[in-house]
Design a protein around this ligand. Structure first.
Ligand code: HEM
Length: 181
């Protein structure tokens, strides 16, 4: 089993990071949709606390994944399709990475500046009852939700293109991320 990526496919580290983040993102967006559409329901109130924990997990996972992607940059499989399609795929992936970093970062900064404490993984990182710091909360208040939905639509596009590669073009793109070759 290969750890690192190669021109033929992704190694086990990249694939584990990819599929665990995919699962967590689906869960995360489900909690956000429930919050938006049925915020007062028992289901939404039960799962909403998970939004903070999963969001924090996605945040450090994407930092790890970005670092690993950079370390493997030169030995990753090339994109399939015409040069224009390959460039579009690179741009789409960069936008996904950027939003996967920005969306939770905005929320974490807002949580840190809110003054109501930060408790993650059962650890109290910041105490409750401190004054709000608007410089930390303003950007999150303005952009976290909207950017979160932009990220959701990019994820839908990403899945659609992956299925097109796998089911219509049958060019091995999906298999390189699923089976590693
Ligand atoms: C990749 C990670 C994340 C994604 C994709 C995401 C996505 C979203 C989305 C789409 C909404 C809008 C829900 C609505 O329209 O009602 C939202 C709201 C919210 N999120 Fe996140 N979130 C993430 C991480 C976090 C983290 C780490 C925290 C806390 C530290 C957090 C706290 C909140 C809060 C308090 C709201 C409600 C207020 C608002 O809409 O800004 N989120 N999130």
């Amino acid at each position: 089993m290969r750890l690192r990526d190669s021109a033929q496919g992704y190694g086990i580290v990249s694939r584990t990071l990819h599929w665990s983040m995919a699962l967590l993102l689906v869960l995360q967006l489900t909690t956000a949709a429930l919050h938006l559409l049925a915020g007062e329901s028992a289901a939404a109130k039960t799962v909403w606390p998970l939004h903070f924990q999963i969001g924090f997990t996605l945040w450090w996972l994407v930092l790890l994944r970005g670092t690993w992607a950079l370390a493997n940059y030169r030995n990753r499989p090339p994109h399939e399709g015409s040069p224009l399609q390959a460039r579009a795929a690179t741009a789409g992936h960069l936008a996904l990475y950027a939003l996967m970093v920005v969306v939770p970062t905005l929320a974490l900064l807002r949580a840190a500046g809110r003054g109501s404490g930060v408790r993650l993984y059962g650890i109290q990182w910041l105490p409750e009852g401190t004054p709000e710091v608007p410089a930390l909360t303003a950007a999150g208040n303005l952009l976290h939700g909207t950017f979160g939905w932009v990220l959701a639509s990019l994820v839908v596009g990403h899945v659609a293109f992956a299925l097109w590669h796998g089911l219509v073009r049958r060019d091995g793109t999906l298999s390189r991320m699923w089976r590693g070759r």
